[in-house]
Design a protein around this ligand. Structure first.
Ligand code: URA
Length: 427
């Protein structure tokens, strides 16, 4: 087959800070997906984009080309509106678990097509798979049926959605080109637009445990994604939320399911409840149901009932006990004072080293592994008090987890972190 463009010209255009034409973008994404552009050529183009950026028109076209590489789902046959949430990823981010059933209580369908974890951030499917019998892989027809009958589904995103992104993301991961705003925005939004949701709320994380370390960068990413969604006809808004500190009191698969169930039972850590409620209100407002009492559905058991229904629909047993680690080890505070900082990235890496995450996508994960946090920033602590409990099935992993946690916590006199987990809203 004769190719329409020479990939070397395309790379050179971006290397020299030029603008890629729409035709060049359509071609390069298609040619890479079919194998006519080699990994090393796409890696060079990604790095040129990383260094020189893309303008709004280029990003929109890049996103559209990735959508066109695969199938689009269609939820228009459902009797209720659809609303989805996407988080840019953080440590202890289990919000999808309580959020999906909570929003479904109010007759808004929630299609949470999720992934597995890579690196220090956990994957929603890995967490859900600690529930006995629960099945992640559903056909498109099963997804539609569950959305109509239950109203919420958390399952694996099928291979058919934006296949160009799957290949591109794997390449970015090994060429240090993940943290580029045009590439992150197009990657996330191609999958969400192809999924076909009516509305979308983005949870853009900011801080040590997130891709975006400062608020200005996070605002730019959020604005780029909101514009892409809006231009494609998806009602899109974003909350910028703090990820300098881990979310909640657990990082690790079964540990996070346990904490999510506490939230669904009307309890749970304050920050997890606050973020779940804030995102639920945002999703419901986007779906035209802004005047409902979200908190009440957590307190009176309706969200919990919906969770049980959702788990059973996918073969899971919500009453089966969650697995617990055979081996645990406590880490104690070394001074008296107030906790003034807790590095989310360090906690995420510790959970990962204990076996909660994977280094390569084919690696298995331990359901039981992870870090339990006993005190969070702002709380007082005395020397010798428990700070963390480490959980694992393989105790030889303790030493490396402890190494990374050695400097994770700062103890001082006064905490000056944000009062609210939600730092800003873009919409
Ligand atoms: N999540 C994605 O799906 N893509 C990115 O590029 C980053 C996070």
């Amino acid at each position: 087959m004769t190719e329409r463009f020479d990939v070397v010209d395309v790379i050179r255009t971006k290397r020299d800070k030029g603008e890629l034409s729409g035709d060049q973008i359509d071609w390069v994404i298609d040619a890479y997906t079919r194998g006519a552009v080699a990994d090393e050529q796409m890696a060079a183009l990604n790095m040129a984009i990383f260094l020189n950026g893309m303008n709004r028109g280029e990003i929109a076209r890049w996103t559209a080309a990735m959508i066109a590489s695969g199938e689009r789902m269609d939820f228009s046959s459902l009797s209720r509106p659809t609303s989805d949430k996407h988080s840019t990823g953080g440590v202890g981010d289990k919000i999808t678990l309580p959020l999906a059933p909570l929003v479904a209580v109010f007759d808004v369908a929630v299609p949470q097509l999720s992934g597995r974890g890579l690196g220090h951030t956990g994957g929603t499917l890995d967490k859900m798979e600690s529930i006995a019998g629960w099945r992640a892989d559903l056909s498109n027809e099963e997804i539609l049926t569950q959305l109509e009958e239950v109203g919420a589904v958390i399952c694996a995103a099928g291979a058919g959605l934006a296949p160009a992104d799957k290949k591109l993301y794997a390449l970015r991961d090994i060429t240090s080109t993940v943290e580029a705003i045009p590439l992150i925005a197009s990657s996330i939004m191609s999958k969400k637009i192809a999924e076909g949701t009516d509305s979308l709320v983005l949870d853009v994380k900011v801080g040590a445990g997130a891709f975006m370390k400062d608020l200005d960068q996070a605002r730019e990413l959020a604005r780029t994604m909101v514009d892409l969604g809006t231009d494609a006809g998806v009602k899109t808004t974003a909350l910028l939320t703090d990820m300098s500190v881990p979310l909640g009191l657990t990082a690790g698969n079964a540990l996070e399911v346990r904490e999510s169930i506490e939230v669904l039972q009307g309890g749970g850590p304050k920050d997890v409840v606050e973020l779940t409620v804030a995102l639920a209100k945002e999703m419901l407002a986007s779906a035209g149901k802004g005047d409902v009492d979200v908190e009440a559905a957590l307190k009176d058991g309706r969200a919990m009932d919906k969770w049980n229904e959702m788990i059973r629909a996918q073969g899971g047993d919500p009453d089966a006990p969650l697995p617990v680690a055979e081996h645990t080890e406590d880490i104690l505070a070394e001074a008296d004072g107030v906790i003034t900082g807790m590095d989310a990235l360090d906690v995420g890496v510790a959970a990962w080293r204990l076996g909660a995450g994977r280094a390569r996508k084919e690696d298995p994960v331990q359901a039981v592994a992870g870090v339990e946090i006993h005190k969070k920033p702002g709380e007082s602590i005395a020397k010798g008090d428990k700070l963390f409990t480490l959980h694992t099935a393989t105790p030889e992993r303790f030493a490396r987890a402890k190494e990374v946690l050695a400097d994770a916590v700062a103890i001082g006199e006064a905490y000056t972190g944000p009062e609210s987990i939600v730092l800003d809203r873009i919409g």
